[in-house]
Design a protein around this ligand. Structure first.
Ligand code: ZN
Length: 247
């Protein structure tokens, strides 16, 4: 049976971007979310409501953890800290409870999911190089596919059956990852609500378990609406600007 799984991550309170991506994913069989539902953006509760009400399996991101007080905001840069505190002050009790109960790692029969890295999930380390990726590959066990987010960059790492050989390819304009059965993969489908790979379109993925392909996809969304909400709410101007440049 063909199973198509939508992969979303780093929504960051951007409900315009989330709505656009959910429309693209209307026909998939399941959706998984890799964390950072909130933080930066103007609609943290609306984004949590969508993920919670649709019962989308989700892992905890560092901004989710910051907004519920389980990660110190000292780790955040100044604009991120301002937005995290703003988010913490506005989360509904129901959404706070939802975030408090998210696990750091999830596994299904096909794959594993984490926000930042598998080797140190609670510290939310970044995979920025093949050397970082190698440390997560070492934790994958029998899983051959790991989806993660956190860097907001659409890309993948592949480790061949011979240990230590790792390839890396960034796909900011989208593209297809065709999985070989003898390799291990770490795939980042990019960020829904705050892309940082130079492409301001919302990023997401579709994993087809039958053909063993992962499509990294982008969709336009009305980012000017998000920016004007942020302006009206007094969220930092640097966070507004980055939405239009994708950085
Ligand atoms: Zn993030």
């Amino acid at each position: 049976m063909r199973v198509r799984v939508g992969i979303i991550s780093d929504i960051h309170g951007n409900v315009e971007a989330l709505d656009a991506v959910m429309m693209e994913l209307r026909d998939v069989d399941a959706i998984y979310c890799l964390g950072d539902v909130v933080g930066y953006g103007p609609n943290p509760n609306e984004c949590c409501d969508i993920i919670r009400e649709r019962k989308i399996p989700t892992v905890l991101g560092n901004h989710d953890a910051g907004a519920i007080g389980s990660l110190s905001l000292e780790w955040f840069n100044p604009p991120a800290r301002i937005a995290a505190q703003w988010t913490a002050d506005r989360l509904t009790a129901r959404n706070r409870f939802f975030l408090q109960n998210l696990p750091l790692i999830r596994k299904t029969e096909h794959l594993c999911m984490v926000h930042g890295s598998l080797n140190d999930p609670e510290r939310f380390g970044y995979i920025k190089s093949i050397w970082d990726a190698r440390e997560s590959f070492a934790e994958m066990g029998s899983d051959t596919l790991c989806f993660l987010g956190h860097t907001h960059i659409a890309e993948y790492f592949r480790q061949g059956s011979r240990l230590l050989q790792v390839d890396h390819l960034a796909l900011p304009e989208g593209g297809r990852v065709a999985k070989n059965s003898d390799s291990f993969y770490i795939v980042n489908c990019g960020s829904v609500g705050q892309p940082r790979d130079g492409n301001p379109m919302a990023g997401f993925g579709i994993y087809d378990t039958d053909s063993s392909t992962i499509d990294l996809l982008r969709v336009e969304y009305p980012f000017r609406v998000t920016q004007s909400k942020m302006r009206d709410l007094g969220l930092p101007t640097s966070l507004q600007h980055r939405l239009e440049i994708g950085q």
